[in-house]
Design a protein around this ligand. Structure first.
Ligand code: AMP
Length: 280
């Protein structure tokens, strides 16, 4: 079944108003498109939990750090709609840019603290862009639950924080990272890797597993980080933005997993920035 593609907020509101009047629950899956099995796992989770499911596809200019990165981001709307057919979602919301940011748009949602570290430290303004668009999407879809991937762990914590702080009437559901056969976390950005780079990309996950093993054996991040970075360099990664152990919720830095912790990394391979994280 082909879901209707809705491009305006008023068109979407007409649908969600009718569903809410009928007492139906609404699940939202916000994405930037170029859908892969990671996204589709969120769609399945939403289908399992809600009466109605809206998938949103919007390549959000405000969360990119460079115009080239924004221009190069894969856009595959037709294929995306086809991939969603088997899930029989109720609407695909693909807002035009001026629906999201009309002339005079002047509001930014900014989450302090959590966004100062990790990707926030390396991508100025990125999480303001994410927080603003996610707030809008949660309000536009009038959803009861919204589904986000653990793949973007820091983003998930930022979204949980803003929903709590702004009393948005929506539950945030985190879903596990879906990986390729060789362990590489699925990502729309993987499409930008050459065959040669793709063959080396799983080294990121492998190096992280090795660090996690070392941590479980009682070693510290200081001891393990250098070896992991050398391994990544040997695999062809040109730089590592961070490889950090952090508390799983407030993202404070840890040397050892003395409380529930997440190992998070961002590294560059052939001009593509890959991120990943695992629980320790
Ligand atoms: P994006 O289109 O990259 O903005 O991602 C949209 C949503 O899909 C976000 O909540 C991501 O965390 C989630 N996502 C992306 N990749 C994966 C993956 N490999 N496994 C699970 N969720 C993912």
């Amino acid at each position: 079944m082909t879901a209707p593609i809705i491009r305006t907020v008023s068109g979407l509101r007409a649908m969600t108003d009718a569903w809410r009047r009928a007492g139906e629950t609404i699940g939202a899956v916000p994405t930037m498109g170029a859908l892969h099995d990671g996204h589709l796992s969120l769609v399945q989770a939403a289908k399992n939990a809600c009466d109605r499911v809206i998938v949103t596809i919007f390549v959000n200019p405000r969360q990119f750090n460079s115009p080239e990165d924004y221009a190069n981001y894969p856009r595959t709307e037709h294929d995306d709609a086809e991939k969603l057919e088997r899930f029989a979602v109720d609407a695909i919301f693909v807002p035009d840019g001026d629906q999201m940011y009309p002339a005079g748009f002047a509001t930014t949602v900014s989450v302090a603290g959590l966004t100062d570290v990790l990707c926030g430290a390396h991508r100025p303004g990125h999480f303001d862009g994410v927080a603003t668009v996610v707030t809008k999407l949660l309000l536009q879809t009038a959803c009861d639950k919204a589904f986000f991937g653990e793949k973007d762990w820091q983003q998930l914590q930022v979204v949980r924080r803003l929903v709590a702080d702004l009393n948005l009437p929506c539950e945030i559901v985190g879903c596990p990272t879906i990986r390729e056969m060789d362990g590489l976390a699925m990502s729309s950005r993987n499409l930008l890797l050459s065959d040669r780079a793709r063959a080396r990309a799983a080294a990121l996950h492998e190096a992280m597993e090795e660090v996690a093993e070392g941590l479980r054996a009682g070693r510290t991040m200081a001891e393990l980080r250098l070896k992991a970075e050398a391994r990544l360099e040997a695999a062809g990664f040109t730089s590592v933005d961070y490889l950090d152990l952090r508390a799983h919720d407030d993202l404070s830095a840890l040397e050892r997993p003395e409380r529930p912790a997440r190992l998070l990394a961002a590294a560059w391979l052939a001009g593509v920035r890959l991120i990943d994280n695992i629980g320790v």
